[in-house]
Design a protein around this ligand. Structure first.
Ligand code: MG
Length: 216
């Protein structure tokens, strides 16, 4: 994602960034190191991380599932919103990314609260118990989103949070000429979420757009 914010103009984005709890040194260093290591620059935005932390604290989350660890940025951020004994189980398909994330989690202040599960979300999620999480954050391959949502609705307890990144499809959501498979997948996913019974959800236009829903 080349832009800092898909939906906001640069002036509003700069203002919001200047007035949002900033990322700390560790997360800033992680972002830089991830770029140097050749990881794709698709970590969530700092203001998204602050927003996720507030949501998790509000619902008193203890157990969080994440699909798509990448470099561990969002897992570390979310783990910091949990009480002692809380846990983020984060699933990563790419071994190189999982290795990078584990190294940075190990040097973070929440090493005991994050577990990286190496594998495909399609295989790993069905192994997690029903009603075993307070929240799920989906931020992996877009074609897999419908499966991750279905599993999330099983794994997250009633009243828990269902969150998914990139609802605005990298700025190409409304570009009718786009043939990008991820963009087409997000369009279908957005229609699916809007039609899913038992889920009260809204697209929040921070970063590249983030679905936030409550399992009812
Ligand atoms: Mg994303």
């Amino acid at each position: 994602m080349s832009k800092d914010s898909t939906a906001l103009g640069s002036e509003h984005f700069a203002y919001i960034t200047a007035h949002t709890t900033p990322e700390d040194r560790l997360l800033a260093e992680l972002r830089t190191a991830a770029a140097a290591a050749g990881l794709p620059a698709i970590h969530i935005a700092a203001e998204q991380a602050a927003f996720l932390q507030i949501l998790l604290a509000l619902c008193k989350a203890r157990d969080v599932v994440e699909v798509g660890t990448l470099g561990g940025y969002s897992a570390i951020a979310m783990a910091r919103a949990l009480p002692p004994g809380g846990k983020v189980r984060t699933i990563e398909f790419e071994p190189k990314h999982a290795e990078f994330a584990r190294a940075w989690i190990a040097r973070s202040d929440v090493n005991d609260r994050v577990e990286v599960l190496l594998g495909d979300g399609r295989q790993v999620l069905p192994t997690l118990a029903g009603d075993s999480a307070d929240a799920i954050f989906i931020d992996a391959d877009k074609q897999g989103y419908p499966t991750y949502l279905q599993q999330g609705l099983r794994i997250v307890r009633r009243g828990g949070l269902i969150m998914a990144d990139n609802a605005l499809a990298f700025g190409e959501l409304l570009d009718g000429s786009s043939r990008d498979a991820s963009v087409l997948a997000i369009r279908k996913f957005n229609d699916l979420v809007a039609a899913t019974a038992g889920l009260r959800a809204v697209i929040v236009p921070l970063g590249d757009g983030c679905w936030v829903g409550i399992r009812q």
